[in-house]
Design a protein around this ligand. Structure first.
Ligand code: PLP
Ligand code: COI
Length: 339
């Protein structure tokens, strides 16, 4: 397959219009078969619930080129299941797991010329979504729905990829203690735009949200989960009712335990006890593993390993996980779907 003329290694995390996208409509109680289309615009009713009441959700996953020229998806079944939970939360019809995976496969195949070649550092990002559409005005679930998937080649989400970035804590909550934080629904992201902008204006990559109930524990980063490696080599990541259950995080818990023989734990990460960590990072599909140089809290900067160098455990975690995603390291059973 001839690839498009794109400077793969210079890509950031920006929108690029690719050739084809998938769209499926839900009407009268069922999804249609779905199809690939060229138009990247969607025409919907002005009364659509996704426009007024945030009745929508989305996902993010990636396709990777392997050394032998193949393409593979990383744990798409987990994204499909998480999207079902988001749909359930905001009363939208679930997309069957097989339909979700098939749609992702179709979009990757139809845009193969945009899938970054092996070794370029870039990957193909897929964005599935479900939106409530159709004529409506009251606060109630929509009469019709659209499930779409589009994708594009991307580089690092945080500038520099595997170079440390700094974060700052915020007083703002992106989600309520028992609200929608664990679902991938648009409202959480709208609620994070202002605090994100303030952090960026002050020279930070993003902000760290604290647990909304007590503001004493790390919840997560705006678009990624948090993890820390303690001075005695334990992998710790927050457990909270208001964070997104990150598929990358669960994969890292497995990688740390089974591949790197580390003790692993999901639990509280007190913002006043960052001293116990030798290294820290942010993890997610877009963020991959981004080392955290330091976190500013209440005007004081806490530096972990270094603001310029990646710590040795973070480096090993990255090499193992990215190795699995690209097919260079043997994956646990069921994690890889060949396109
Ligand atoms: N937390 C938030 C708020 C996110 O938007 C994401 C991205 O999907 C993550 C964490 C990481 O989740 P995952 O590893 O499944 O991509
Ligand atoms: C992802 O990592 O897939 C995300 O959705 C994060 C962000 C771009 C919202």
């Amino acid at each position: 397959m001839e690839k498009n003329d794109i400077k793969w290694s210079e890509l950031g995390f920006s929108y690029i219009k690719t050739d084809k996208r998938y769209i499926s409509y839900w009407k009268d109680g069922k999804w249609d078969d779905g199809q690939l289309v060229e138009d990247n615009k969607i025409s919907i009713s002005e009364g659509s619930t996704c426009l007024h009441y945030g009745q929508e959700c989305f996902e993010g996953l990636k396709a990777y080129s392997t050394k032998d020229g193949g393409i593979q998806l990383f744990r798409p079944d987990e994204n499909a299941k998480r999207m079902q939970k988001s749909c359930e939360k905001v009363l939208m019809p679930e997309v069957p797991v097989e339909k979700f995976i098939d749609a992702c496969m179709q979009v990757v195949k139809a845009n193969e010329a945009y899938v970054p070649p092996y070794g370029t550092g870039a990957t193909f990002y897929l964005r599935p979504f479900v939106i409530g559409v159709g004529d409506n005005i009251g606060v109630r679930p929509a009469p019709e729905y659209i499930f779409g998937v589009f994708g594009m080649p991307v580089g690092p989400y945080f500038k520099g990829g595997m170079t440390p970035v700094n974060f700052v804590t915020t007083d703002v909550d992106r989600a309520a203690p028992y609200g929608t934080g664990k679902n991938k629904v648009g409202g959480n992201y709208a609620a994070s735009l202002q605090s994100h902008l303030e952090a960026v204006k002050r020279g930070f990559a993003d902000c760290i949200y604290l647990d909304p109930l007590t503001h004493t524990k790390i919840d997560e980063v705006g678009a990624a989960n948090f993890f820390g490696v303690t001075k005695d080599n334990k992998f710790i990541t927050p457990e909270s009712t208001s964070i997104l259950p990150s598929i990358t995080k669960f994969s890292l818990l497995h990688v740390a335990k089974e591949y790197l023989n580390m003790e692993v734990m999901e639990g509280d990460v007190s913002i006043n006890k960052l001293d116990k960590f030798a290294e820290a990072g942010a993890c997610g599909t877009a963020a991959v593993i981004t080392p955290i140089g330091g976190i500013e809290h209440n005007g004081k900067m806490h530096v972990f390993h270094s603001e310029t160098e990646v710590g040795p455990v973070t480096k090993k975690l990255y090499e193992t996980l990215y190795g699995i995603q690209m097919g260079d390291v043997e994956a646990p059973k069921g994690w890889i779907y060949k396109v």
